[in-house]
Write a new protein. Sequence first.
Length: 234
Amino acid sequence: MEYNTQNPKIKIREYGRNLQKLIDHAATIEDDEVRQQVAEGLVNLMNQLSPQSRTLDDQKAKLWHHLNIISEEKMKVETPEGVEFVPLDTEITQVEYPYNKIKFKHYGKNVETMIEAAKQMVDREKQEAFAVIIGSYMKMVNKSWNAEHVSSEVIIEDLKTLSGGILELPADANLDSLSKFTKKKRRSPNSTYKSKGSYSNNGSNNRRNNKYNGSYNKNKNNNNNKNRRRPNRS
């Protein structure tokens, strides 16, 4: 039995492994005329496997280029007029992964970015106001990670550490502005349920009352009709 892990890697997944095997076999054909006919048939087959790209103007050039990629430039064929194979770039450029060391991970990278921006401010009043906003944001973020109450003294000390002692807030600084704002915006999860329940209960009560009232009115009308039809024996 043949396993995919034992087979070579698929060059272009949208065409599948079977087409790649056909192209590899076509590259080994020695007769130039037969190899050319097989290559043209494979290009037509590739066009059927990617119908979403049939309306593109450069579809023909794209398919021949994919044929060259899958065959690893081993397919010696004549391309149509205006189509030229582009040499494959065998050099792989490795993308460097950004390694940003965060001192306090529960605050995140954005806090350090805001602190660096605040450190560059020349106006002292604006810097202090911005530092208070950063401290309020740090306290709000810390509450989302820590269920226990976090004191403002801890936030002020962490802000001082992250800024290298440049951003120092007074001990009585109010850092609960953002937390209070989020509490006002937060909606109780049971409010919608209660409103729906009260609405449904009111609806059921109304239907029940209408049912009883209808039966009472019906019985009353029947009694009146009986009294009308009863003859007077006086």
